[in-house]
Design a protein around this ligand. Structure first.
Ligand code: LRH
Ligand code: MN
Ligand code: MN
Length: 389
């Protein structure tokens, strides 16, 4: 156990989690966007808030951008601002879901002019990557159809394959293309990349630097997500997570809040495949919105939830598990996992933080810092995260 604990501490010390810039803007549902006092007014302030999360947790050194939500004139300046704050720019997310031209699709659109426009947007994103030092272009395809017969399902895949090839060709050698899937919304009959299989097929056709993004909120209820994680790891194509929690749809709630056991099972597959290592190629990102809770503490809680699930996965006694599995002892095997899951890892994480010179409780440390009161006083007119903007 002491050995396991020591190894867990070592792995946890190397773990990093990427924050989404849009978690720091005002957000809501299609019914209402709630404004919060002190919310960031521009991408520079979003980075400042993200840096607070890193400051108190010590494990969140990167921030994903969403283009054009995070439009600035000078991306070199934005990257320099990040560096001054002790963080860096992470993945660059493209946006194909807020333009009138995309009513019938973007990369799959029947009209070649619209497809060319959607591809050109990715050229703009690659330019942002060059200026910020980002190495990941993240593409979620919102295309799909609402009615059977509305369009030719197969022709849409062919057009998509062609568009993706053109986007892949825009990348520099150090860049990766991360392709995210989602089984519904904004279209409700057939999404054009509804599942990991479709995403994977396109990645395989593109080349080694194309990988799948698994957003935990993008599956039908009851889907065994850890199975997908395992399968993508086997294929060497799990590029990144978009972590969040769901109860009903794509709820974008705090990761690990709806089903902490699922998060543990996911992290268990990660640890079992030795994919937690920072050089494993798997980027652990959050994709969340804090509609009613305060944003910086919401992100701090999210990071802590990922850390807790990771710590529990690291405490699984793999030798005992293998032995129980080998001997066909069903209950003992399940018991090994449950023992790890039921361990209170909060003292271990407090020890980890203290070893890094951090306060043991990042949530309380942030609350004491006075930052929230200061931004509420100084910032007027917080920016909307993006939706309905
Ligand atoms: C789509 C999605 C995708 C977008 C983000 C804002 O539902 O998960 O990752 O970029 O939300
Ligand atoms: Mn996502
Ligand atoms: Mn989503």
């Amino acid at each position: 156990m002491t050995d396991l604990r020591a190894r867990a501490l070592e792995a946890l010390a190397a773990q990093t989690i990427e924050l989404p810039s849009w978690a720091f803007g005002n957000s809501g549902t299609r019914f209402k966007v709630f404004g919060q006092p002190g919310v960031a007014r521009d991408p520079f302030e979003k980075l400042e808030d993200a840096a607070q999360v890193h400051r108190y947790t010590g494990v969140a050194p990167r921030v994903s951008l969403h283009i054009p939500w995070d439009l600035v004139e000078d991306y070199g300046k934005l990257a320099a601002h990040a560096a001054d704050l002790g963080v860096q720019i992470g993945g660059i997310n493209s946006n194909l879901f807020q333009d009138d031209d995309y009513r019938l699709g973007s990369l799959t659109h029947p009209d070649q002019r619209v497809r060319a426009k959607a591809i050109a947007h990715h050229a703009q994103c690659v330019e942002v990557m060059r200026q910020t030092g980002s190495t990941a272009l993240k593409l979620w395809l919102p295309d799909g159809t609402n009615y059977p017969g509305q369009d030719d399902l197969r022709a849409r895949q062919d057009r998509l394959a062609d568009s993706l090839q053109q986007i892949y060709a825009l990348l520099d050698p150090e860049h990766r293309l991360l392709i995210e899937y989602k089984f519904f919304e904004p279209y409700f009959y057939a999404m054009d990349i509804p599942d990991w299989g479709t995403s994977l097929l396109h990645c395989l056709a593109l080349g080694e630097r194309a990988q799948v993004v698994l957003d935990t909120g993008h599956h039908a209820p009851g889907t065994n997500i850890e199975f997908i994680v395992m399968q993508l790891l086997r294929a060497g194509r799990l590029g990144a997570f978009d972590f969040n929690s769901r109860n009903y749809a794509d709820d974008d709630l705090i990761v690990g809040s709806a089903d902490p056991f699922q998060l543990f099972r996911i992290m268990n597959e990660i640890v079992a495949a030795d994919a937690l290592r920072p050089d494993s190629g798997v980027n652990f990102m959050l994709d969340q919105c804090h509609n009613i809770e305060p944003k910086i503490p919401g992100q701090i809680r999210s990071v802590q939830n990922v850390q807790e699930a990771t710590a529990k996965a690291l405490l699984v006694d793999r030798e005992a598990l293998r032995e129980a599995q080998r001997s066909g002892d069903v209950l003992a095997a399940n018991g090994v996992l449950m023992d790890a899951y039921n361990t209170d890892v909060r003292p271990l994480l407090a020890e980890l933080r203290e070893s890094k010179g951090l306060e043991p409780d990042p949530y309380a440390a942030y609350a004491r810092s006075g930052y929230q009161e200061r931004i509420a006083r100084e910032r007027v007119g917080g920016q909307q995260a993006g939706w309905g903007a």
